[in-house]
Design a protein around this ligand. Structure first.
Ligand SMILES: [Zn+2]
Length: 371
Protein backbone atom coordinates (compact mmCIF):
# COMPACT_ATOMS: atom_id res chain seq x y z
CA UNK A 1 0.00 0.00 0.00
CA UNK A 2 2.79 2.43 0.91
CA UNK A 3 4.50 1.44 -2.36
CA UNK A 4 1.34 2.37 -4.24
CA UNK A 5 1.09 5.71 -2.43
CA UNK A 6 4.71 6.68 -2.99
CA UNK A 7 4.44 5.75 -6.68
CA UNK A 8 1.31 7.91 -7.04
CA UNK A 9 3.10 10.74 -5.26
CA UNK A 10 6.19 10.53 -7.47
CA UNK A 11 3.89 10.71 -10.49
CA UNK A 12 2.28 13.87 -9.10
CA UNK A 13 -1.08 12.44 -7.99
CA UNK A 14 -0.93 13.55 -4.33
CA UNK A 15 -2.43 10.58 -2.44
CA UNK A 16 -2.03 12.30 0.94
CA UNK A 17 0.34 10.99 3.61
CA UNK A 18 2.29 7.81 2.78
CA UNK A 19 0.68 5.91 5.66
CA UNK A 20 -0.17 2.59 4.10
CA UNK A 21 -3.89 3.26 4.49
CA UNK A 22 -6.15 3.22 1.45
CA UNK A 23 -8.28 6.22 2.39
CA UNK A 24 -10.35 8.62 0.33
CA UNK A 25 -7.38 10.71 -0.85
CA UNK A 26 -5.49 7.67 -2.05
CA UNK A 27 -8.57 6.44 -3.84
CA UNK A 28 -9.11 9.84 -5.49
CA UNK A 29 -5.47 9.83 -6.63
CA UNK A 30 -5.96 6.36 -8.13
CA UNK A 31 -9.07 7.54 -9.98
CA UNK A 32 -7.26 10.58 -11.43
CA UNK A 33 -4.38 8.35 -12.50
CA UNK A 34 -6.76 5.85 -14.12
CA UNK A 35 -8.58 8.62 -15.98
CA UNK A 36 -5.32 10.03 -17.33
CA UNK A 37 -4.22 6.62 -18.52
CA UNK A 38 -7.49 5.68 -20.17
CA UNK A 39 -8.28 3.00 -17.59
CA UNK A 40 -11.68 2.48 -16.01
CA UNK A 41 -11.71 5.14 -13.28
CA UNK A 42 -13.15 2.93 -10.54
CA UNK A 43 -10.51 3.53 -7.86
CA UNK A 44 -9.83 -0.19 -7.67
CA UNK A 45 -6.20 -1.14 -8.03
CA UNK A 46 -6.31 -4.24 -10.17
CA UNK A 47 -3.67 -5.81 -12.43
CA UNK A 48 -4.05 -3.20 -15.21
CA UNK A 49 -3.65 -0.28 -12.84
CA UNK A 50 -0.68 -1.91 -11.15
CA UNK A 51 0.85 -2.46 -14.57
CA UNK A 52 0.30 1.15 -15.62
CA UNK A 53 1.86 2.32 -12.35
CA UNK A 54 4.88 0.16 -13.06
CA UNK A 55 4.44 -1.75 -9.81
CA UNK A 56 5.31 -5.39 -10.10
CA UNK A 57 2.77 -7.53 -8.27
CA UNK A 58 3.81 -10.54 -6.29
CA UNK A 59 3.53 -13.42 -8.69
CA UNK A 60 4.83 -16.06 -6.32
CA UNK A 61 1.26 -17.18 -5.69
CA UNK A 62 -0.12 -18.35 -9.00
CA UNK A 63 -3.43 -19.14 -7.30
CA UNK A 64 -4.02 -15.58 -6.07
CA UNK A 65 -7.65 -14.63 -6.45
CA UNK A 66 -8.94 -18.15 -6.45
CA UNK A 67 -7.82 -19.90 -3.27
CA UNK A 68 -9.63 -18.92 -0.09
CA UNK A 69 -7.50 -17.21 2.53
CA UNK A 70 -9.73 -17.58 5.59
CA UNK A 71 -9.78 -21.19 6.75
CA UNK A 72 -13.24 -21.90 8.11
CA UNK A 73 -12.44 -25.39 9.31
CA UNK A 74 -9.78 -24.84 11.95
CA UNK A 75 -9.26 -23.70 15.55
CA UNK A 76 -9.18 -19.99 14.85
CA UNK A 77 -6.44 -18.71 17.17
CA UNK A 78 -5.00 -15.20 17.34
CA UNK A 79 -2.02 -16.35 15.27
CA UNK A 80 -4.36 -17.62 12.53
CA UNK A 81 -6.16 -14.27 12.62
CA UNK A 82 -2.94 -12.29 12.21
CA UNK A 83 -1.81 -14.50 9.33
CA UNK A 84 -5.14 -14.14 7.55
CA UNK A 85 -5.20 -10.36 7.97
CA UNK A 86 -1.72 -10.16 6.42
CA UNK A 87 -2.77 -12.38 3.52
CA UNK A 88 -5.94 -10.36 2.93
CA UNK A 89 -3.88 -7.16 2.88
CA UNK A 90 -1.47 -8.69 0.38
CA UNK A 91 -4.24 -9.79 -1.95
CA UNK A 92 -6.40 -6.69 -1.41
CA UNK A 93 -3.96 -3.81 -0.86
CA UNK A 94 -6.81 -1.33 -0.50
CA UNK A 95 -8.13 -3.11 2.62
CA UNK A 96 -7.78 -0.76 5.56
CA UNK A 97 -6.47 -2.44 8.71
CA UNK A 98 -5.91 -0.79 12.06
CA UNK A 99 -5.36 -1.54 15.72
CA UNK A 100 -7.89 -0.22 18.23
CA UNK A 101 -5.92 -1.17 21.31
CA UNK A 102 -4.15 -4.04 23.03
CA UNK A 103 -5.34 -6.88 25.21
CA UNK A 104 -4.08 -7.40 28.76
CA UNK A 105 -1.26 -9.55 27.38
CA UNK A 106 -0.44 -7.06 24.63
CA UNK A 107 -2.15 -8.70 21.65
CA UNK A 108 -3.50 -6.33 19.01
CA UNK A 109 -7.20 -5.64 18.81
CA UNK A 110 -7.43 -5.42 15.03
CA UNK A 111 -10.12 -3.77 13.04
CA UNK A 112 -10.77 -3.93 9.31
CA UNK A 113 -12.64 -1.36 7.30
CA UNK A 114 -14.69 -2.06 4.19
CA UNK A 115 -15.97 0.90 2.22
CA UNK A 116 -15.60 4.66 2.28
CA UNK A 117 -19.19 5.77 2.59
CA UNK A 118 -20.81 8.05 5.16
CA UNK A 119 -23.00 5.36 6.77
CA UNK A 120 -20.79 3.95 9.53
CA UNK A 121 -21.59 0.57 11.05
CA UNK A 122 -19.62 -1.60 13.46
CA UNK A 123 -19.55 -5.39 13.76
CA UNK A 124 -17.51 -7.07 16.47
CA UNK A 125 -16.95 -10.69 17.47
CA UNK A 126 -15.64 -12.89 20.25
CA UNK A 127 -16.13 -10.84 23.40
CA UNK A 128 -16.40 -14.33 24.90
CA UNK A 129 -13.52 -16.79 24.52
CA UNK A 130 -15.59 -19.88 23.74
CA UNK A 131 -17.43 -17.99 21.00
CA UNK A 132 -14.46 -17.64 18.62
CA UNK A 133 -16.56 -19.04 15.75
CA UNK A 134 -17.90 -15.46 15.47
CA UNK A 135 -14.37 -14.34 14.52
CA UNK A 136 -14.41 -16.81 11.64
CA UNK A 137 -17.81 -15.49 10.57
CA UNK A 138 -16.57 -11.89 10.38
CA UNK A 139 -13.29 -12.81 8.69
CA UNK A 140 -15.00 -14.93 6.04
CA UNK A 141 -17.53 -12.18 5.42
CA UNK A 142 -14.67 -9.71 4.96
CA UNK A 143 -12.94 -11.98 2.46
CA UNK A 144 -16.07 -12.70 0.45
CA UNK A 145 -16.97 -9.03 0.39
CA UNK A 146 -13.49 -8.04 -0.82
CA UNK A 147 -13.52 -10.73 -3.46
CA UNK A 148 -16.90 -9.71 -4.85
CA UNK A 149 -15.96 -6.03 -4.69
CA UNK A 150 -12.79 -6.65 -6.68
CA UNK A 151 -14.45 -8.85 -9.27
CA UNK A 152 -17.50 -6.62 -9.55
CA UNK A 153 -19.86 -9.50 -8.78
CA UNK A 154 -22.87 -9.36 -6.51
CA UNK A 155 -23.51 -11.15 -3.20
CA UNK A 156 -27.09 -12.18 -2.51
CA UNK A 157 -28.28 -9.50 -4.89
CA UNK A 158 -26.23 -6.77 -3.21
CA UNK A 159 -23.66 -4.82 -5.19
CA UNK A 160 -20.54 -4.54 -2.99
CA UNK A 161 -19.35 -1.51 -4.96
CA UNK A 162 -22.55 0.35 -4.14
CA UNK A 163 -22.22 -0.64 -0.50
CA UNK A 164 -18.59 0.50 -0.59
CA UNK A 165 -19.65 4.01 -1.58
CA UNK A 166 -22.64 4.09 0.72
CA UNK A 167 -21.12 2.70 3.92
CA UNK A 168 -18.01 2.30 6.00
CA UNK A 169 -18.15 -1.14 7.62
CA UNK A 170 -15.84 -1.43 10.62
CA UNK A 171 -15.14 -4.99 11.75
CA UNK A 172 -13.34 -5.97 14.95
CA UNK A 173 -13.21 -9.75 14.59
CA UNK A 174 -11.57 -10.72 17.89
CA UNK A 175 -12.26 -8.60 20.99
CA UNK A 176 -10.82 -11.16 23.41
CA UNK A 177 -7.64 -12.69 21.93
CA UNK A 178 -6.10 -13.64 25.30
CA UNK A 179 -9.16 -15.64 26.33
CA UNK A 180 -9.29 -17.39 22.96
CA UNK A 181 -5.62 -18.27 23.26
CA UNK A 182 -6.29 -19.76 26.70
CA UNK A 183 -9.23 -21.79 25.44
CA UNK A 184 -7.57 -23.09 22.27
CA UNK A 185 -3.89 -23.35 23.23
CA UNK A 186 -4.24 -24.07 26.94
CA UNK A 187 -2.55 -22.42 29.91
CA UNK A 188 1.14 -21.78 29.22
CA UNK A 189 3.76 -21.72 31.97
CA UNK A 190 4.92 -18.23 31.03
CA UNK A 191 1.45 -16.73 31.48
CA UNK A 192 1.84 -13.93 34.08
CA UNK A 193 -1.50 -14.98 35.62
CA UNK A 194 -0.62 -18.68 35.69
CA UNK A 195 -1.31 -19.38 39.38
CA UNK A 196 -4.25 -17.01 39.62
CA UNK A 197 -5.92 -18.47 36.56
CA UNK A 198 -5.84 -21.94 38.10
CA UNK A 199 -7.34 -20.67 41.32
CA UNK A 200 -9.95 -18.55 39.45
CA UNK A 201 -10.80 -21.76 37.56
CA UNK A 202 -11.45 -23.69 40.79
CA UNK A 203 -8.07 -25.41 40.62
CA UNK A 204 -8.62 -26.82 37.17
CA UNK A 205 -6.06 -26.42 34.40
CA UNK A 206 -8.68 -27.19 31.75
CA UNK A 207 -10.07 -23.93 30.36
CA UNK A 208 -11.27 -25.31 27.05
CA UNK A 209 -14.96 -25.75 27.87
CA UNK A 210 -15.87 -23.05 30.38
CA UNK A 211 -13.63 -19.96 30.07
CA UNK A 212 -15.52 -16.98 28.62
CA UNK A 213 -13.65 -14.13 30.34
CA UNK A 214 -10.50 -12.25 29.46
CA UNK A 215 -7.16 -13.26 30.98
CA UNK A 216 -7.91 -11.43 34.26
CA UNK A 217 -11.16 -13.32 34.75
CA UNK A 218 -13.42 -10.42 33.78
CA UNK A 219 -16.41 -11.11 31.55
CA UNK A 220 -15.95 -8.37 28.94
CA UNK A 221 -19.62 -8.30 28.08
CA UNK A 222 -20.44 -7.47 31.71
CA UNK A 223 -17.91 -4.69 31.87
CA UNK A 224 -19.63 -1.84 30.01
CA UNK A 225 -21.14 1.20 31.67
CA UNK A 226 -24.85 0.36 31.39
CA UNK A 227 -26.48 -0.60 34.68
CA UNK A 228 -23.07 -1.98 35.57
CA UNK A 229 -23.91 -1.66 39.27
CA UNK A 230 -26.92 -3.95 38.78
CA UNK A 231 -24.71 -6.52 37.07
CA UNK A 232 -22.35 -6.28 40.04
CA UNK A 233 -25.16 -6.66 42.57
CA UNK A 234 -26.49 -9.73 40.77
CA UNK A 235 -23.18 -11.57 40.98
CA UNK A 236 -23.72 -13.30 44.36
CA UNK A 237 -27.01 -14.77 43.15
CA UNK A 238 -25.01 -16.47 40.39
CA UNK A 239 -22.26 -17.62 42.76
CA UNK A 240 -19.77 -15.07 41.44
CA UNK A 241 -17.33 -13.86 44.10
CA UNK A 242 -14.50 -12.50 41.96
CA UNK A 243 -12.51 -13.20 38.78
CA UNK A 244 -13.53 -16.41 37.08
CA UNK A 245 -14.65 -18.10 33.89
CA UNK A 246 -17.83 -16.09 33.36
CA UNK A 247 -20.08 -13.24 34.53
CA UNK A 248 -17.62 -11.37 36.75
CA UNK A 249 -18.23 -7.69 35.92
CA UNK A 250 -14.78 -6.48 36.97
CA UNK A 251 -13.88 -3.81 39.54
CA UNK A 252 -15.50 -0.96 37.59
CA UNK A 253 -16.93 -0.30 34.10
CA UNK A 254 -14.37 -0.45 31.27
CA UNK A 255 -11.74 -1.69 33.73
CA UNK A 256 -10.33 -3.99 31.05
CA UNK A 257 -8.24 -2.80 28.09
CA UNK A 258 -10.37 -4.84 25.67
CA UNK A 259 -13.78 -3.38 26.65
CA UNK A 260 -12.17 0.04 27.02
CA UNK A 261 -10.77 -0.20 23.48
CA UNK A 262 -14.16 -1.20 22.04
CA UNK A 263 -15.88 1.68 23.86
CA UNK A 264 -13.16 4.17 22.84
CA UNK A 265 -13.39 2.97 19.25
CA UNK A 266 -17.15 3.48 19.37
CA UNK A 267 -16.78 6.97 20.87
CA UNK A 268 -14.26 7.89 18.16
CA UNK A 269 -16.74 7.07 15.38
CA UNK A 270 -20.31 7.88 14.48
CA UNK A 271 -21.85 4.43 14.23
CA UNK A 272 -25.44 4.37 13.13
CA UNK A 273 -25.79 0.70 13.99
CA UNK A 274 -23.69 -1.88 15.83
CA UNK A 275 -23.82 -5.65 16.17
CA UNK A 276 -21.92 -7.75 18.70
CA UNK A 277 -21.74 -11.37 17.58
CA UNK A 278 -21.92 -14.12 20.18
CA UNK A 279 -22.84 -17.82 20.22
CA UNK A 280 -25.24 -19.52 20.71
CA UNK A 281 -29.06 -19.67 20.40
CA UNK A 282 -29.97 -18.35 16.94
CA UNK A 283 -31.55 -15.26 18.46
CA UNK A 284 -31.22 -11.51 18.12
CA UNK A 285 -31.34 -9.33 21.23
CA UNK A 286 -32.38 -5.86 20.24
CA UNK A 287 -33.58 -3.93 23.30
CA UNK A 288 -32.17 -2.54 26.51
CA UNK A 289 -34.59 -1.62 29.29
CA UNK A 290 -37.13 -0.41 26.75
CA UNK A 291 -34.77 2.22 25.31
CA UNK A 292 -34.28 0.78 21.84
CA UNK A 293 -37.46 2.11 20.34
CA UNK A 294 -39.57 1.47 17.28
CA UNK A 295 -36.87 1.95 14.65
CA UNK A 296 -34.58 -0.59 16.28
CA UNK A 297 -37.43 -3.06 16.49
CA UNK A 298 -38.20 -2.61 12.78
CA UNK A 299 -34.58 -3.19 11.83
CA UNK A 300 -34.41 -6.17 14.18
CA UNK A 301 -37.47 -7.62 12.48
CA UNK A 302 -35.80 -7.37 9.09
CA UNK A 303 -32.57 -8.89 10.40
CA UNK A 304 -34.67 -11.68 11.87
CA UNK A 305 -36.41 -12.28 8.55
CA UNK A 306 -33.19 -12.50 6.59
CA UNK A 307 -31.36 -14.76 9.09
CA UNK A 308 -34.21 -16.90 10.38
CA UNK A 309 -33.14 -15.99 13.92
CA UNK A 310 -35.84 -15.14 16.46
CA UNK A 311 -36.10 -11.82 18.27
CA UNK A 312 -35.66 -12.05 22.02
CA UNK A 313 -35.03 -9.95 25.10
CA UNK A 314 -32.39 -10.66 27.71
CA UNK A 315 -33.30 -11.51 31.30
CA UNK A 316 -31.51 -11.64 34.67
CA UNK A 317 -27.82 -10.84 34.86
CA UNK A 318 -27.53 -10.93 31.07
CA UNK A 319 -29.67 -7.77 30.88
CA UNK A 320 -26.93 -5.42 32.04
CA UNK A 321 -23.49 -4.05 31.22
CA UNK A 322 -23.20 -5.60 27.76
CA UNK A 323 -21.80 -3.79 24.75
CA UNK A 324 -25.14 -3.41 22.97
CA UNK A 325 -26.77 -2.22 26.22
CA UNK A 326 -24.19 0.49 26.57
CA UNK A 327 -24.46 1.49 22.92
CA UNK A 328 -28.26 1.76 23.04
CA UNK A 329 -28.25 3.76 26.25
CA UNK A 330 -25.43 6.05 25.16
CA UNK A 331 -26.49 6.77 21.60
CA UNK A 332 -30.17 5.76 21.35
CA UNK A 333 -29.36 4.06 18.07
CA UNK A 334 -29.84 0.43 17.03
CA UNK A 335 -27.48 -1.98 18.77
CA UNK A 336 -27.85 -5.74 18.58
CA UNK A 337 -26.46 -8.91 20.05
CA UNK A 338 -26.68 -11.72 17.52
CA UNK A 339 -26.31 -15.21 18.97
CA UNK A 340 -25.17 -17.49 16.14
CA UNK A 341 -25.53 -21.26 15.99
CA UNK A 342 -27.11 -23.68 18.38
CA UNK A 343 -25.75 -26.03 21.04
CA UNK A 344 -23.19 -25.87 23.82
CA UNK A 345 -20.21 -23.52 23.59
CA UNK A 346 -17.71 -23.89 22.12
CA UNK A 347 -19.76 -24.78 19.06
CA UNK A 348 -18.23 -27.28 16.69
CA UNK A 349 -16.62 -25.64 13.68
CA UNK A 350 -18.69 -28.07 11.62
CA UNK A 351 -21.58 -25.65 12.25
CA UNK A 352 -19.77 -22.94 10.36
CA UNK A 353 -21.38 -23.37 6.91
CA UNK A 354 -24.87 -22.99 8.37
CA UNK A 355 -23.83 -20.08 10.57
CA UNK A 356 -22.28 -18.30 7.61
CA UNK A 357 -25.29 -18.96 5.44
CA UNK A 358 -27.65 -17.64 8.12
CA UNK A 359 -25.64 -14.47 8.71
CA UNK A 360 -24.23 -13.31 5.38
CA UNK A 361 -27.52 -11.68 4.35
CA UNK A 362 -27.90 -10.21 7.83
CA UNK A 363 -24.43 -8.62 7.62
CA UNK A 364 -25.12 -7.18 4.17
CA UNK A 365 -28.49 -5.80 5.18
CA UNK A 366 -27.14 -4.33 8.41
CA UNK A 367 -24.45 -2.55 6.38
CA UNK A 368 -26.92 -0.44 4.48
CA UNK A 369 -30.27 -0.58 6.23
CA UNK A 370 -31.91 2.71 7.09
CA UNK A 371 -35.22 2.81 8.83
ZN1 LIG B 1 -21.32 -14.37 24.44
Amino acid sequence: MAVLQSRLKSLGYHPGPIDGIFGTRTQQAVIRFQRDRGLTPDGIVGPLTYGALGIRQRLDRPDVGTTAIVNTNTNYTYDVLVGDIQELQRRYPFLEVGVAGQSVLGRNLYYLKLGNGPNQVFFNGAHHSLEWITTVLLMKFTENFLQAYTKGTSIRGYNPREIWNMSSIYIMPMVNPDGIDLVLNGLQRNNPFYQQLISWNRNSTDFSRNWQANIRGVDLNHNYNASWQLSKQAEPAYGITGPGPTRYSGPYPESEPESRAVADFTRAHDFRLVIAFHSQGEVIYWDYLGMAGQQAWEIATQLSNVSGYALDQTTGIASYAGYKDWFIEQYRRPGFTVEVGRGTNPLSISQFPKIYNDNEGLLLLASIITA
